[in-house]
Design a protein around this ligand. Structure first.
Ligand code: FAD
Length: 469
């Protein structure tokens, strides 16, 4: 069956856009996480109509379909669990005419996140969500995972920046969810699709909201004598009523790795650093900078540095955005966690997470969107060492449990995918899971669109009258 499906796909797209050589399949079997899947073939359509035709063919062959952008996801979302067809959207990368008055533009899902903001620069506009992977990840992947980033603290995550999306449904129809009017009537299906991790359909065009570039910006790098004083500063800044554009934290081990890597002048004597950014008019930026500096000093900051020009600002951000690359100096592989905790519980949860890493003998560093309470403990390890991945995964589970016990959540931005699917009952009741499974069923009655993701087996457990199935 697989060979006849491949032959039909080749007739549709030509053989160069249907990849099934073992080397291609090995590359496409993983995303940036640790889970591997089983790919029958990876196809690279050029248009919405081709995506729809591919989906209809997969339906004829009763074959699972998995959408994929750049494959930088960390939860196995773009990895087929059962043998499946990977639909790679990177060639749908056009950028339409910019509506400078409405501040929006239709883009293909394959547009790379950073490229979009670069192309919008001449208009004085940008796309606000800026995941640390923004040099590679795509807008389609950002929609799939409802991606966040350092600058989502004030502006919100991807869902707040998508007006509409064109979707190829699991049965191959083309629909539009949302619209360019600020408030469309009826159920907000746009918000249901954003963050659905490719389980409800394939996004083939997106109407993105663009934000105006701020007239002035200041970036502060603040060193602290302890993680506690840095975390208290985060809570105090937000409690003061000030929402900075970004508020990122790194612990000492991460600062050392980053400083060795990019030499950005991060303070090596600090136990933790905060990278804060404020935007607005020159007067408001000056005043917000002074307020943050004062709060940091009240919390015993040992070093407050304000970038003097754009070069210094970019260097400080280069440090933050190169953090994951810097870790390669410590070990060849890494496992990046993603949980959220209430900001007021950051210190306590971090202490417990350090204790878990020590108990499992793991090298862990921390860099995270502290303003959002979004924790990213990063464990550096060597996957070739026998038993290493097992220890990393066991520690990861404990870290997730600690975050949930503190009133947090399973994922801040990387999604659930396969990685955290079976942990969903820790945060959702049977009725909650059933409601989500009904939505999935309404979009995808045959269960072919990215199956086995997000919802654990048995989620659909009540009949229409509310009784158990
Ligand atoms: C070093 C590093 C740093 C990262 N930092 C961040 C961060 O700061 N914030 C953050 O949120 N994430 C971060 N990530 C995770 C990842 O980059 C994001 O989740 C990103 O949005 C994924 O985009 P992608 O194009 O690589 O998508 P993929 O990995 O290809 O896919 C991700 C999910 O979206 C679905 N999908 C992809 N395209 C479509 C489409 N067109 N239609 C429907 N579904 C689709 C897939 O099925 C999958 O479930 C990081 C990852 C790495 C490796």
């Amino acid at each position: 069956m697989a060979m006849s499906l491949i032959a039909d796909l080749e007739r549709l797209l030509g053989s160069d856009r249907v990849r099934h050589h073992p080397l291609d399949l090995a590359v496409f079997a993983k995303d940036a996480g640790v889970v591997s899947g089983h790919v029958i073939a990876a196809v690279l359509p050029d248009t919405t109509q081709e995506v729809a035709a591919v989906v209809r063919l997969a339906n004829q062959y009763d074959t699972p379909i998995v959408p994929r952008g750049a494959g930088t996801g960390l939860a196995g979302g773009a990895v087929p669990v059962r043998p499946g067809l990977l639909v790679v959207l990177t060639r749908l990368a056009s950028i339409g005419e910019v509506d400078t008055v409405g501040r929006s533009v239709w883009v293909g899902p394959g547009v790379v996140n950073l490229d979009l903001s670069r192309k919008m620069k001449p208009y004085g506009l940008h796309f606000a969500p800026d995941p640390s992977s923004q040099q590679a990840c795509t807008i389609g992947g950002n929609v799939g995972t409802n991606a966040g980033g350092p600058h989502c603290l004030a502006d919100g995550t991807t869902v707040a920046h998508i007006y509409a999306a064109e979707l190829v449904t699991p049965t191959g129809e083309v629909v539009i969810v949302g619209g360019d009017a600020p408030d469309t009537p009826g159920l907000d299906l746009r918000a249901v699709v954003v963050g659905s991790e490719g389980t409800l359909g394939i996004v083939t065009r997106v109407l993105v909201r663009l934000m105006q570039d701020p007239p002035d910006v200041a970036t502060l790098l603040i060193g602290f004598p302890s993680v506690e004083s840095a975390a208290t500063t985060v809570s105090d800044v937000i409690a003061s009523g000030l929402i900075p554009a970004a508020l990122e934290m790194m612990d000492k081990r991460m600062v050392e790795a980053v400083e060795n890597f990019v030499h950005a002048g991060y303070p090596l004597d600090a136990e933790a650093v905060l990278l804060a950014e404020v935007t607005g008019t020159p007067a408001s930026v000056r005043s917000d900078t002074q307020r943050i500096s004062a709060i940091a000093q009240d919390n015993r900051a040992i070093d407050v540095r304000v970038a003097v020009d754009i070069d210094e600002r970019e260097l400080l951000w280069k440090g933050r955005k190169s953090a994951f690359g810097a870790v390669a100096q410590a070990a060849p592989d890494y496992y990046l966690h993603d949980t959220v905790v209430p900001r007021t519980r950051l210190v306590e949860v971090m202490e417990r997470i350090y204790e878990i890493a020590d108990r499992y003998g793991l090298t862990m560093m921390n860099v995270f969107h502290a303003g959002d309470g979004n924790l990213h403990p990063l464990v550096a390890f060597d996957a070739k060492e026998p038993g290493a991945l097992g220890r990393v995964q066991a520690a990861a589970r404990e870290m997730v449990l600690v975050s949930i016990e503190a009133g947090g959540s399973l994922s801040g931005e990387h999604g659930i995918g396969v990685e955290k699917r079976d942990l969903m009952p820790l945060v959702f009741s049977a009725a909650d899971l059933d409601a989500q499974a009904r939505i999935k069923e309404a979009f995808d009655p045959d269960g072919l669109m990215n199956p086995d993701k997000v919802l654990p087996k048995g989620s659909r457990c009540f009949d229409a009258s509310g009784g158990p199935l």
